[in-house]
Design a protein around this ligand. Structure first.
Ligand SMILES: [Zn+2]
Ligand SMILES: [Zn+2]
Length: 330
């Protein structure tokens, strides 16, 4: 196909037979971008990478502000563990390295591969939300199952020690830590995000990259929010009980074990890998009931004690996974 970049947009080779007056504002901007760049592979790669950076760091900013404001501390899942500026900056630097060194080449190769399987990029008009919705629902389901299996595997001895341990460096996670992971882990778990769309493309030969973008934006929001360390009364899991949210994943970081899935709670429930989490929740609820007449300070102390117990068990479980012999303290 030849791309004539000198012709005016309304007669461009990219869009033969398209009546531009029938397109909405967003579709016109989309066409203008592809025509301005002239090469769909470069235009798609650039747009995808910029979109990923803007959404990732854009979504982290509110969490950085919330961490800096003591007012929000009452909703912090591990209230004594507020990330320092130095920790957040070190995490940002590593995540940026990972984005440029690992994710950028991945993003760049994904599109030609997906196009070969039938994905549309510059083509217009966009699919309707009725087409996009079931596709995105499938990607959520597929990614969650893939992540559950791969994440559980990453907790096995040698894989944990050399790959996944880096992500567990933060026992009390924060938004920026969502993509703080070893390059091999980024590739393995990233495959769960990309394989759903690739499989869908391969099977149906009908898929638009806009749906991919909506999916990636939702997935980034899910991952960053799950690492935020906050559970608000308005958090999604309080309205959608099978949604994991921060409350579920924070326990995974604090306790090292249990809660391996990303978006939904059902695989952990079905396979029993939420037993310790459920026990902990029951203990916290029982303690809250028992200390109804106790001062707020005392309540905080008791809740902290329960957290410390879980974390101590987690440190032991982590050492066992790595094959480190723990010394029995008399
Ligand atoms: Zn883990
Ligand atoms: Zn995590």
């Amino acid at each position: 196909m030849s791309f004539n970049t000198t012709s005016v947009p309304f007669q461009h080779d990219f869009y033969p037979g398209i009546d531009f007056s029938s397109l909405n504002w967003f579709e016109k901007q989309w066409a203008a971008w592809y025509i301005a760049i002239g090469d769909p592979i470069i235009a798609t790669g650039l747009m995808s990478f910029i979109m990923h950076e803007v959404v990732y760091f854009g979504r982290c900013v509110p969490w950085i502000i919330i961490d800096a404001m003591p007012y929000f501390r009452k909703w912090k899942l591990q209230p004594t563990k507020i990330p320092t500026a130095a920790e957040q900056w070190a995490c940002t630097k590593y995540v940026l390295f990972s984005h440029f060194a690992i994710e950028l080449p991945g993003i760049w190769f994904f599109h030609p591969m997906a196009e070969a399987l039938g994905m549309s990029t510059y083509q217009l008009p966009f699919p309707s939300w009725k087409v996009m919705l079931p596709q995105i629902a499938f990607f959520f389901f597929f990614e969650d199952l893939f992540h559950y299996c791969a994440h559980k595997m990453l907790h096995i001895g040698v894989l944990y020690k050399h790959i996944h341990k880096l992500h567990h460096q933060h026992a009390a996670p924060f938004g920026l830590a969502a993509e703080y992971a070893h390059p091999v882990e980024t590739l393995i778990l990233g495959a769960g995000t990309l394989s759903g769309p690739l499989l869908y493309c391969w099977y149906t030969r009908s898929f638009h990259i806009l749906t991919m973008y909506v999916w990636v934006v939702l997935r980034l929001f899910q991952a960053i929010d799950a690492h935020s360390g906050y559970d608000f009364p308005w958090s999604l899991q309080h309205f959608v009980p099978f949604w994991s949210g921060a409350e579920h994943h924070d326990f995974h970081h604090m306790a090292f074990t249990n809660n391996f899935s990303t978006s939904f709670r059902w695989w952990d429930r079905i396979f029993g890998t939420d037993n310790k989490y459920l026990e902990y929740r029951a203990r916290v609820d029982a303690a809250k009931k028992a200390m109804a007449n106790v001062s707020k300070e005392e309540q905080k102390k008791i809740e902290q004690k329960l957290m410390d117990e879980v974390e101590a068990e987690g440190i032991k479980a982590e050492a066992e996974a790595e094959g480190v012999k723990t010394v029995k303290v008399q």
